[in-house]
Design a protein around this ligand. Structure first.
Ligand code: SF4
Length: 289
């Protein structure tokens, strides 16, 4: 595969064929995100994409899932995405799940007809970084979306039958708005009712503007205890119907995974035990992005 830069994929795509169709992220402004800072967003040329599909046809016959990288493959024009899907089906007929990252802007750029055709062409799972339901936090991290615009994009994803996986970032707003961030994130997720919610914990990266604020002391990181309190408020306020909840990312202090609402009280009990020191937390040395 002819990858450019570091290719990032969601944890649940660990066993997928990673087909890089764009390089970087078309937004690339989020203050916490260092994933593509050194890369200029580009669409890969079709010959390279096709060569990679042929490579996968020869060497990836045991992988039946495929992830379209990088940061927001959904930003590709519909005609190009449709052509990629046709070639995936033609050359990799065993692939039965195609996923990609999207953001609210790339969903807005697609008509209902285009989304419907993408779904019927085999795009199944969309990962969207909600990050927060708090507009002040979204503004501070330069997401350039509001809770309303994210909600509208997510509702369209679900309406068109895609599996929607969302992400919230614990600790992203610092100490002052921590509880507001948790409450408003839960409120937004309740309105969206995604199929999956992943909670990561913010870790500063030196090549980002937020990382520089952490280094110069203008942004104070939450302690592990404060992260637990934020997570507890988030879970306590979640009332989505049937959602898979995962806070088992390498960045998290306390791995939690299960289903909501079924496991809600179990999650809250576990966090309470961790707050009392009865359950161990991951050390900062072992946390990673
Ligand atoms: S968080 Fe997502 S949308 Fe924001 S810069 Fe990173 S890849 Fe792009």
């Amino acid at each position: 595969m002819q990858y450019v830069g570091t290719v990032i994929r969601p944890p649940s795509e660990a066993n997928s064929i990673i087909l890089q169709v764009t390089v970087g992220c078309s937004h690339n402004k989020c203050t916490f995100c260092g994933a593509y800072k050194d890369l200029r967003f580009a669409v890969k040329d079709y010959d390279t994409i096709l060569q990679d599909i042929h490579f996968a046809a020869d060497y990836c016959q045991r992988q039946n899932r495929l992830f379209l990288a990088d940061g927001d493959a959904m930003i590709l024009p519909y005609t190009l995405l449709a052509r990629i899907m046709e070639d995936i089906h033609r050359h990799l007929p065993w692939v039965n799940r195609v996923s990609m990252y999207a953001n609210a802007r790339s969903i807005r750029a697609k008509s209902d007809t285009e989304l419907r055709h993408l779904k019927s062409s085999g795009v199944d799972r969309i990962y969207l970084g909600v990050e927060s339901g708090d507009d002040a936090t979204l503004k501070a991290i330069k997401k350039e979306e509001t809770s309303q615009s994210i909600k509208e994009a997510c509702e369209r994803i679900i309406e068109h039958g895609f599996f929607l996986s969302t992400t919230i970032i614990l600790g992203i707003t610092g100490k002052k708005r921590s509880q507001i961030h948790a409450e408003k994130s839960a409120a937004l997720l309740n309105e969206i009712s995604p199929h999956q919610i992943g909670a990561l914990t913010y870790m500063p990266l030196a090549n980002t503007s937020l990382g520089k604020e952490v280094a110069n002391g203008s942004f104070q990181l939450l302690s592990a205890r404060e992260i637990l309190a934020e997570l507890k408020t988030l879970i306590r306020n979640l009332s989505c119907k049937k959602t898979q909840f995962m806070a088992n990312h390498a960045s998290n202090y306390l791995p939690i995974t299960g289903r909501l609402p079924k496991d809600k009280m179990e999650f809250i009990d576990l966090i309470s035990q961790a707050e009392q020191g009865l359950v161990g937390l991951k050390s900062d040395l072992l946390r990673a992005l």
